[in-house]
Write a protein that binds this ligand. Sequence first.
Ligand code: SF4
Length: 368
Amino acid sequence: MAKARRDVVDGPPELKGLTVSELGEAMESLGGKRYRGQQLYDAMYIHNIDDIDDVKVLPAELRQAISQNLRLHSVELQTVQTSDDGTLKYLFRLYDGRQIESVLIPSEMRVADGVPRRRTLCVSTQVGCNLGCAFCATATLNLQRNLTAGEIVDQYLAVARHSGLEITNVVFMGMGEPMNNYDNVMRATEIFNDQRTNMAAPRRTTLSTAGVVPGIERMADEGQLIKLAVSLHATTQGAREQLMPIAKRWPLPRLMDALEYYYKKTRKKVTYEYIVFDGFNDSAEDVRRLARIAKRVPSKVNVIPFHDIGFTRPEGFAAQLRPASPERFEAFLQELRDEGVLVLVRSSSGHDIDAACGQLALSEGDAA
Ligand code: SF4
């Protein structure tokens, strides 16, 4: 039992988040055989079995010992909201009563039958966040705690069970800064990426950071195979500091050096996220500076429309942030393309249910 991870949550140790060998040790500590760990691993992550009593491959006494000493569920589904565009937003309760959200986003519809080619699950990695980005609703919650690896993995399993849909991609882009919970995020990644679980291959798993330089360098040093996205959102140090206080700690030149280091070590493209704000980061100079940044290492830029955050922090600098007009947004895209930048438009799905980028804040309407 000693190896079962409790992390920061009280209560019985979690099973989700454990590897095959850790599960084997946990089974031994309950008087079972070590190979039962593999059976339990498959039951949880491959067959997504919901109730330990349904893991019939395990002897009844062992099942009973598991249910008395360990915890199969790390998250408990509270509510689900459906957006007009098919996006699903899930509210989960954690063992300690805290809440988090995950969002399942259908994308790239097949022309023939209108069925999504990809379904991306955006998972949370922390309860709240302390990085204070001006455009972000999660920031209003402050940081309450890191999620355990089990709580990260269980978001996927609970959504897959509830929706009955195939999840093709995972992005660490929900509540929290994943680099500030690096070990648990990478432990969850190992389970997502395991070929046996078939949850999400590394090329279909993306970690999105606000620019935590040591985390980027660590990913490079460890040769992590998952993709890296960076929330850039501004092209000068001053503007970035206004939007994202973390820029004071890790200034733009230092961030760019880290990304160059990352590319040299991994040869993997970087994705930049860029929300367009009216009159703040959408000028012709911004286009030129963004193009220079984007060309520093092979990259693509996801350009995202902003959805007003009047519902979150209508005070100070944040209150001045406005969406660019559709015309200016289109022109911005074209100017970037003319500079030779690989540009994609990320539609920021589900904004009618506050599930869009930066909107996850456990709005009162969600709480069960
Ligand atoms: S955008 Fe991400 S890093 Fe910034 S405050 Fe929100 S959750 Fe934290």
